[in-house]
Design a protein around this ligand. Structure first.
Ligand code: G6P
Ligand code: MG
Length: 218
């Protein structure tokens, strides 16, 4: 294992919940039956694709301009929520894992579909741990396509097979696996069916666990 490539929302910090709340507010306003179960489909998926999935819950047609306006409305609400993020919002064990990885000389990258990712890393005060943050505006195909994780590995100068990817979304696990990396899923076995290794909480993620699981991979 030469590198660990992290997703952000739901892995480093619980902004996945804020994404949900912001979409929920928009869906309520539009009278669409959006809930937590349906929200699983949105995890790891870009802003505009997420909007399309929500609008598919109803029959109304929107112009592109209206869609951009709705996506902006969600993003403004989301940005209000993340203004309050502090280092205390790092998920359990994440800071000690980042430290352990750094000390062991393992490279670290971020592969998040969120345009708000650099802002959130700064709010969490963990930007310096990252050797590379993939610029999502340069990515043509979002998760589950492997492009974002492959770009992370290429920018770090490591082979995909030497990387571990950490995700909380089905689309993210698929992206990691099709990149040829070892996939660690944070969540329930039902949500993380395709992961190589599943942990219920980020507190279980340690250098030892990642290294030994990657070394013993099938
Ligand atoms: C991540 C999240 C998604 C979010 C996407 C885009 O992948 O898991 O829930 O829709 O980023 O985020 P953005 O902040 O750019 O709207
Ligand atoms: Mg996520």
């Amino acid at each position: 294992m030469k590198a660990v490539i992290f997703d952000l929302d739901g892995v480093i910090t619980d902004t996945a919940e804020y994404h949900y709340l912001a979409w929920k507010s928009l869906a309520d306003e539009l009278g669409l039956p959006f809930d937590k179960e349906y929200n699983e489909k949105l995890k790891g998926v870009s802003r505009m694709e997420s909007l399309e999935l929500i609008l598919a819950l109803g029959n109304a047609q929107y112009t592109d301009e209206q869609k951009y306006q709705l996506a902006d409305q969600k993003n403004e609400l989301y940005k209000e929520m993340i203004k309050k993020v502090t280092p205390a919002d790092l998920l359990p064990g994440i800071e000690s894992l980042l430290k352990e990885l750094k000390e062991a000389g393992i490279l670290i990258a971020l592969a998040s579909a969120s345009k708000n990712a650099p802002f959130i890393l700064d709010r969490l005060e963990v930007t310096p741990y990252f050797d590379h943050v993939v610029d999502v505006t340069q990515i043509k195909n979002g998760k589950p396509d492997p492009e974002i994780f492959l770009t992370g590995a290429a920018k770090l100068g490591v082979l995909p097979s030497d990387c571990v990817g950490v995700e909380d979304a089905e689309a993210g696990i698929e992206s990691i696996r099709s990149a040829g990396m070892y996939a660690v899923g944070v969540g329930t076995p039902a949500q993380m069916q395709k992961a190589d290794l599943i942990v219920a909480s980020t507190s279980e993620l340690t250098l030892d666990l990642l290294k030994s699981s990657h070394a013993n991979r099938a």
